[in-house]
Write a protein that binds this ligand. Structure first.
Ligand SMILES: [Fe+2]
Length: 172
């Protein structure tokens, strides 16, 4: 008799299913946040006006290209953990921490909106890492840990853009 294997029940990741459920849930919230963030960057890329048009139009494109890759990686991480990624925009709008932004705002308001959103994204990423850590899920920690460093770096750059030459940080 042929030995049949139920592939769905195979725990090839050798992780506690109950513990990684919490990680997958937080990853789905992060996925929703990233979709709102991605579309916001496109919104700002299209609707930026004024003297900083060329700089920010290009920077926002660079940022949404990066966000697009991360959206895909987050969804595929959820699948790797053997859960379903949330896949419709109507569901993202319901579950995201982030909300949409108007298009009729100026360049400084756009940058400040993104900095605020970065704080929310970082908070959600840290929740993912906390759950992944409790499950011993190094793969998720490694992926999302890299995102944290990326968001922190671009936040420094956007923050520097809003500062004057006279403003200095305290010495470490
Ligand atoms: Fe474009």
């Amino acid at each position: 008799m042929i030995n049949t294997i139920n592939i769905i029940d195979m725990n090839y990741l050798n992780l506690d299913k109950k513990k990684i459920t919490a990680t997958a849930q937080e990853l789905n919230t992060l996925l929703a946040d990233y979709h709102i963030y991605y579309q916001k960057l496109r919104n700002f890329h299209w609707n930026i006006t004024g003297k900083n048009f060329f700089d920010l139009h290009e920077k926002f494109e660079e940022m949404y290209d990066d966000a697009k890759l991360k959206v895909d990686e987050i969804a595929e991480r959820i699948l790797t953990l053997r859960f379903q990624p949330v896949s419709n925009f109507s569901d993202y709008l319901k579950s995201a921490n982030l909300s949409e932004s108007p298009s009729e705002i100026n360049d400084v308001e756009m940058v400040k909106t993104l900095l605020k959103d970065h704080g929310t994204l970082l908070e959600q990423m840290r929740k993912v890492i906390e759950k992944a850590d409790a499950a011993g899920d190094e793969g998720t920690i490694d992926l999302i840990g890299g995102y944290i460093a990326d968001i922190e770096k671009i936040s420094w750059m956007l923050d520097a853009w809003t500062m004057s030459a006279k403003t200095k940080h305290p010495e470490a």
